[in-house]
Write a protein that binds this ligand. Structure first.
Ligand SMILES: [Zn+2]
Length: 564
């Protein structure tokens, strides 16, 4: 079974996995053959990547469902309090399984704590000690289920993200504290949890939910999860923090040309990523005598040409998906999960036009180095060149947004499969040491071996966040788990807010001895001497077992150096 590929972040090595992965390869080839040649050529030549290609024309990417509109409150009326709580979380499981079958990407709950409280109250479940204990058990079982459950014939984990931390009601606070404490005490590496941080609610001493923020940071120190949505960053100040949420992979859906700005009930429909280093490699090879300024201008011109094709490609896919029937999205339809009720539409376009079409990018670091001879974080001048470039991409996307009245967005794509695929293809055409390392640097991140101190890293990367309205993240890399070092995490979060970071995560190597359960960072277990070690790392938003990483992600992990 060693022959299966690892294109999917969560692929498991089984017989059915082989069938699934070969089947999806076959479908991808058929789809590519059916596309306009200018589109398939861009993808095959590695200038762009069409994500979730096997879903082309069939379905959308991800959804933040509105769980409250379709919840079957009446059905639960005669249940006991315990049964109501059991069924409440079964309902969540049912939604996750249903969506897992009819979409290609993740599922996020925008305010998990508040949602559970609203349902709890509407079901008239008594607030007493016994029920609270049982609620905690239900939450723990729910987390355990997400950790263990497998989608698509058992091959792929569910990409579930719980956004929480803002709601101040008694039950909400209990939910957030239980999620964090159960997760912290367990071996779970899923679901992804995003703690939403907001001044006056949970950020500072004296704020109602400050205690929950402390628990969140303790949990991060131990398990890398939760990550932090920073609602006080300058570019988020006008956003209602209850209406915004993120996917664990970093995707962000918020502005809407067709209605209220909100994440709830909306999707990223499709996304493609442009290989930035490739454009720079071509200039480096074909126009070596240009000045730095001329190279940058040519880069912009060439990017615009590709972006124009990518925009057409997104439309091609979008209109194909819009031809589907509401019945093709049964879970969406039956549970009224969206801002538009699928039962009341004639065409899916009325629904999907509320979603985003994202244009992503990877390898700003390699690109600037190729164009200027130096890293973008080597000087203020180069940093400014990187800012101008990303601003140019966003301005173009805003222009598309206006011109076509569609929710185009700019995404700092997570590495996942492309970090290795792009340099792999580029190697066929070019020779350069930046290709040889085997991966391109994630979105606008500084190099993983930059050894910049964390504050400098945040200062450089923070300037890019406001441009990426389709989502992005900055990570701080630690050498080992910063156990009990909540103060350090807290200081870094404050600094990230100051530097206008939208979304922040902390990474460190997380090893567990499979023989005696000792955790830490090691090759040989210090307690029992075992080499039977589970290695958990984060590269594309979710925690994973290193063994299932793509070659590109493995290469990136091997190059990582802490920011200290
Ligand atoms: Zn051991």
């Amino acid at each position: 079974m060693k022959s299966i590929n690892y294109e999917h972040a969560a692929q498991r090595k089984t017989f059915v996995g082989l069938v699934y992965s070969r089947g999806s390869k076959e479908i991808k080839e058929t789809i590519l053959n059916g596309l306009e040649e200018r589109f398939s050529k861009l993808h095959r030549e590695g200038r762009i990547h069409i994500h979730d290609l096997e879903a082309y024309g069939e379905t959308y990417n991800c959804l933040t469902p509105n769980i409250l509109k379709g919840f079957p409150y009446e059905e639960y009326t005669n249940y006991s309090d315990f049964k109501k709580m059991i069924e409440l979380f079964n309902y969540y499981r049912h939604i996750i399984v249903g969506l897992g079958n009819e979409q290609s990407g993740g599922i996020a709950f925008a305010n998990f704590d508040e949602e559970v409280e609203i349902i709890y109250n509407k079901l008239n479940i008594a607030k007493n000690e016994i029920n609270f204990q049982f609620l905690r058990d239900c939450i723990d079982s729910f987390l355990k289920w997400i950790h263990e459950a497998r989608d698509r014939c058992g091959q792929v984990q569910y990409y579930v993200t719980l956004n929480l931390g803002l709601a101040t009601g008694e039950i909400s606070r209990f939910v957030t504290s239980s999620v964090l404490k159960c997760f912290m005490a367990s071996k779970y590496i899923r679901p992804n949890i995003i703690f939403k941080l907001k001044d006056g609610i949970n950020r500072k001493k004296g704020d109602n939910n400050y205690d929950l923020f402390r628990i969140a940071m303790e949990c991060t120190c131990k398990k890398m999860i939760p990550t932090y949505l920073l609602c006080d960053s300058n570019h988020n100040l006008k956003v209602d923090p209850f209406k915004i949420a993120l996917m664990g992979c970093r995707s962000k859906v918020y502005q809407n040309e067709y209605g209220e700005d909100t994440t709830i009930g909306r999707s990223n429909i499709v996304y493609n990523t442009i290989n930035l280093p490739r454009i720079a490699l071509e200039i480096d090879k074909n126009n070596p005598n240009l000045t730095k300024e001329e190279k940058i201008d040519l880069f912009k011109k060439n990017w615009l040409e590709i972006a124009d094709d990518v925009k057409d490609l997104l439309f091609d896919r979008y209109y194909k998906i819009c031809k589907q029937d509401p019945d093709d999205f049964l879970c969406n339809l039956q549970h009224n999960l969206r801002i538009i009720d699928l039962n009341k539409v004639i065409s899916m376009e009325e629904v999907f036009k509320n979603g985003t079409l994202a244009i992503g990018f990877i390898g700003v670091s390699e690109t600037i180095e190729l164009l200027t001879g130096e890293k973008y974080f080597a000087s203020e001048e180069n940093h400014q060149i990187a800012i101008d470039l990303i601003k140019m991409m966003r301005d173009t996307i805003d222009k598309y947004r206006k011109e076509y009245n569609m929710n185009f967005s700019l995404l700092g794509t997570s590495g996942e499969f492309i970090s290795g695929r792009f340099p792999g293809v580029d190697k066929k055409y070019f020779s350069n040491s930046l290709i040889d390392k085997g991966y391109y640097t994630n979105s606008f991140h500084v190099d993983v071996d930059s050894r910049l101190n964390p504050f400098e890293k945040l200062k450089f990367e923070g300037t890019f966040h406001k441009f990426c309205n389709g989502g992005c993240i900055s990570y701080i890399e630690f050498q080992s788990a910063p156990l009990n070092n909540v103060e350090a995490i807290s200081e870094l979060i404050e600094s990230a807010i100051k530097y206008d970071v939208n979304y922040l995560g902390f990474n460190f190597p997380m090893d567990r001895c499979l023989d005696c359960d000792t955790t830490g960072t090691f090759d040989t277990c210090g307690e029992c001497g075992s080499h039977n070690i589970l290695r958990i790392r984060r590269v594309s938003g979710y925690l994973e077992d290193v063994e299932f990483f793509t070659p590109g992600k493995k290469a990136e992990v091997a190059h990582r150096k802490p920011n200290a």
